[in-house]
Write a protein that binds this ligand. Sequence first.
Ligand SMILES: *Cc1c(COP(=O)(O)O)cnc(C)c1O
Length: 385
Amino acid sequence: MIPYGTQNIAPEDILAVESVLKSAWLTQGPAIERFEQLVAEHCGSKYAVATCNATSALHIACLASGLKAGDALWTSPISFVASANCALYCGAHPDFVDIDPASYNLSVVALQKRLDAAARNNCLPKILVPVHFAGQSCAMAEIAELAQSYKVAVIEDASHAIGGKYRGWPIGACAYSDMTIFSFHPVKIITSGEGGMILTNREDLYERLVRLRSHGITRDATLMESESEGPWYYQQLELGFNYRMTDIQAALGASQMQRLDTMIARRQDLFEQYSGLLEGLPITLPWQSPGTVSANHLYVIRLRSDKLTKTRRQVVEEMRAKGIGVNVHYIPIHMQPYYRRLGFNAGDFPVAEQYYQEAITLPLYFGMTDSDQARVATTLRQVLQ
Ligand SMILES: *Cc1c(COP(=O)(O)O)cnc(C)c1O
């Protein structure tokens, strides 16, 4: 089976992990800082905080932004559930902004309308979480302008997007946001096994994130509420978590960072090759927005239901039966049973729901060969005939 995505592990990754295993530090050691520095340098942000996954990163980023019970957080319905669940972890209310029909990112037009209405009704969200779907940046300049005028914090969910660019800025530079989140799950662009990271340019947020990552504890005497009692002393100043990454994971992540540019270049080649290989089929190819360089995490096509007799389900099942591991990203979050119980309904976000009916993710990953890719295209051509 050709998977829709998979990790790439090189011999030097294995050596990097092995050297941590032979060192004194399996966690809370020097590999974490090295990985954080590599990512911050690559992205041009001042600070980076590694976490055990992107879900925990989203959680503490929300807490650091002051999200609490009674507040609202808005995100895109076409994302992984973690983009919205972070609101619920903080006792806040998640809500959604419908997507743009071309980029599948949250729509700036819909956002403007909803913000105007929310301002009139005195129910503005505290946080907006734009998700860079499939690795392509949202319209961050427009989003940042709206967020500033309505005083909404912006946390970029860039789980798909490390290595991408927006208007010349690397994603993660936080040029248009307060914080940016990356995921290093094996299916994403680079991996640390499990792992996440938060980037920011704000020292206050950085200090808060470091503390929330590790139980709300500080060892810095200048931050303590009373005098230090000795070299063993620490104080818990607030309720935090154990959301730390291990050094084993950080060494893998740091080693993978060395190949980030190569990985993005190969993904871009595969993306471009698909356009030729899929020409003439009754499908809509993904759109690349001018001014962005996508990390090309996912290659999503849409079936032209007006030109096809087969359903999306039939196409997916036949492709899988022929060894092509196609997938669907994503089931709209508000359609999940848990979210329906919170009051969301079919019809709430029609552009997202229509997209979901037609979307199929084709395989695309760094180690994919040209002949694997040709097999995907030929199989799709047969199935759509
Ligand atoms: C994968 C993903 C997450 C969660 O990442 P983990 O590292 O698995 O916690 C969050 N948001 C989006 C958009 C994702 O794709």
